[in-house]
Design a protein around this ligand. Structure first.
Ligand SMILES: [Zn+2]
Length: 92
């Protein structure tokens, strides 16, 4: 393949790439908008068993509604997997 042939084959590839890049950029942008609402959901991991409390999901099995902040969990709430207390969780 000559350099000339390569140069000629570039424009269509470039426009394809640029469309893909735009789509990715928009996706990332939307993703970030979703994350920058008034409530930023955090995740906390149980240091004992590795179970993760996701504020976005809550802990339905324990009656904790989705969107409940870790800080708002009742003091007697424990890890559903191993029974560790809130003090054994760390934000991730
Ligand atoms: Zn645990």
């Amino acid at each position: 393949m000559t350099l000339n042939a390569v140069t000629h084959s570039l424009p269509p590839i470039r426009s394809l790439l640029s469309d893909t890049a735009k789509t990715i950029a928009q996706t990332i942008c939307l993703h970030q908008i979703g994350k920058t609402g008034d409530t930023i959901m955090a995740k906390y991991e149980c240091m004992v068993c590795g179970w993760v409390y996701d504020e976005d999901v809550g802990d339905p099995d324990s009656g904790i509604a989705a969107g409940t902040k870790f800080a708002d969990l009742p003091d007697d709430w424990v890890c559903p997997m191993c029974g560790a207390s809130k003090e054994d969780f760390e934000e991730i």
